[in-house]
Structure formats: structure tokens, C-alpha cells
Design a protein around this ligand. Structure first.
Ligand code: PEP
Ligand code: MN
Length: 263
């Protein structure tokens, strides 16, 4: 169901009035974590200013350490919904487990499956059953074949609203948080009919490198970008080192738009 052989033409994923995979690229931006209403409101304002139509933000956070901030949960979902509605944006947020899926579905427009859950097959089947748009991140050490199979778990529940998200893979390199696999974009485009977007923030993990990889993602044919922004990255509760401040985000978007126009 996921392969190009099964479905030769591109699948366009509709999120309300927004279409992903239609040709023009879709911008998603927001903080790693929702921290409070003011923070997510300010992020939404900045995101929108740069042309984003989808607001990202985690309320359930898959943190490496159990002692790190785990997310505001339902309170955070309420805040991001409020901020997105205020700026007429869609919401993408992570769902970490089946238990919280009904709750997340009440607030989200796109369900994000995090890298750590790419092969949580029961969760994939459950999001498949909802029929909601699903952004499926590539696993930390996921091969493209494993990623395509993960999408198949969603699709075979009758859900053809899948968006692949390349977010970097683990390699021996330590200068960047992950190795951003740009080549996955044309590979997925060839093997699957579903759209793919690039997440250069997690891909490189260092904010200075995010703009160049965002531009490269668009050049590689991504249907969209998802990036982390924060009004004050130094104070962010998670992933501040890879978050763009307002100025850097707006500068990046100028470049991204030039690249997109050139495509
Ligand atoms: C995130 O989007 O903040 C996140 C945790 O991403 P990933 O699952 O790709 O690590
Ligand atoms: Mn993050």
C-alpha cells in the first residue's frame, strides 16, 4: 500500500484545507516542548510570520532521561490548540502511546510518531485506525525499508494519510547530533507515493547548521519542513541548542523561499 508500484501517482495528504504533497512546500515550526501559554503563543506568532501553516510542539516528550522534563500533557495540548486557532494554523504534536491517543486526537490535526516509536507496531496500528494524518518519523537507526514497513502498518488499517519525516539517523559521527540523511528524500519519493518532509533540527541538532540543511531539504524535493524555534533558545526546556530564534528563523525562511521558487 505504501509503495509506488501499488499507487503510481503522488498521494496528497489533506489536513483540513491544507494539502501536503501537492507541489508547493508546507512549513511547520514551533518549539520542541510546549512550556506555557505565553511561550507557545509567541512561537505561533513567529512561526506564522515566517510562513508556517502548521504549529509544532510536544506535550508528551520522549526524553532520554526519566528525570528530564516529560511534557505538560493535556495542559500543553490545550495551549497549543489555543495558539494555533488564534493564528489560524494546524497542530502537529507527538503521541507516545496508545493510552493517550484518544486525548491527543482531540487536540491535534496531525499525529506525530516519534523516532523512538517508529517500530511500535501496536501504536502504528492504533494511529492507522484513527484515520488522522500521521507524520511518521524515521527511527534513530531505522533503515528505509524498515521505515516503509512501519508506514505499511498504518496504511493497512485503512489510513492513507501518511507523511514521512526524515530526522537524521545515528552514525559514528559526533559533530552533529544525528546524520541528516538528505538522500532519504529522493529515495522515499521514488519508492513511495506518500509525501516526505525534512526535520533538519533533529537532523543536525545544532541551530547554526539548520538553515543550510533546510534549504538542502527543499532542494532535494521535500514536500515540507518541520523546524524547532523558540523565543529564547537558551532558556528552552528541551532542544534549545537546535532551536532557531526569531531572527534566525526569519532569515532562514527567506533563503528557503528563494530555493522553493527556484524549484
Ligand atoms: C521532537 O520532534 O521533538 C522529537 C522528539 O523528535 P524525534 O522523535 O525525531 O527525536
Ligand atoms: Mn525536539
Amino acid at each position: 500500500l505504501t509503495s509506488r508500484e501499488f499507487h503510481p501517482s503522488d498521494t496528497i495528504v489533506e489536513v483540513g484545507d491544507l494539502k501536503i504533497g501537492e507541489g508547493h512546500f508546507v512549513m511547520m515550526a514551533g518549539p520542541c516542548s510546549i512550556e506555557d501559554l505565553d511561550q507557545i503563543m509567541e512561537c505561533a506568532r513567529i512561526a506564522k510570520e515566517g510562513g508556517a501553516t502548521v504549529l509544532r510542539g510536544g506535550a508528551f516528550k520522549p526524553r532520554t532521561s526519566p528525570y528530564a522534563f516529560q511534557g505538560l500533557e493535556e495542559e500543553g495540548l490545550k495551549y497549543i490548540r489555543q495558539a494555533a486557532d488564534h493564528y489560524d494554523m494546524k497542530v502537529i504534536t507527538e503521541v507516545m502511546d496508545e493510552a493517550n491517543l484518544p486525548l491527543v486526537c482531540q487536540y491535534a490535526d496531525i499525529l506525530q510518531i516519534g523516532a523512538r516509536n517508529m517500530q511500535n507496531f501496536k501504536l502504528l496500528q492504533a494511529v492507522g485506525k484513527t484515520g488522522m494524518p500521521v507524520a511518521l518519523k524515521r527511527g534513530i537507526s531505522g533503515t528505509i525499508d524498515e521505515w516503509l514497513n512501519a508506514a505499511e502498518y498504518i496504511a493497512n488499517q485503512g489510513n492513507m494519510k501518511i507523511i514521512f519525516v526524515e530526522r537524521g539517523i545515528r552514525t559514528y559521527e559526533t559533530a552533529t547530533r544525528n546524520t541528516f540523511d538528505l538522500s532519504a528524500i529522493p529515495v522515499i519519493k521514488k519508492l513511495s507515493h506518500f509525501p516526505i518532509i525534512a526535520d533538519p533540527s533533529h537532523g543536525v541538532g545544532v541551530w547554526d547548521y539548520v538553515p543550510s540543511m533546510a534549504i538542502a531539504g527543499v532542494a532535494a524535493g521535500a514536500d515540507g519542513l518541520i523546524v524547532e524555534i523558540h523565543p529564547n533558545p537558551a532558556e528552552a526546556w528541551s532542544d534549545g541548542q537546535q532551536s532557531l530564534n526569531e531572527k534566525n528563523y526569519l532569515n532562514m525562511m527567506e533563503q528557503v523561499n528563494i530555493m522553493n521558487d527556484a524549484m
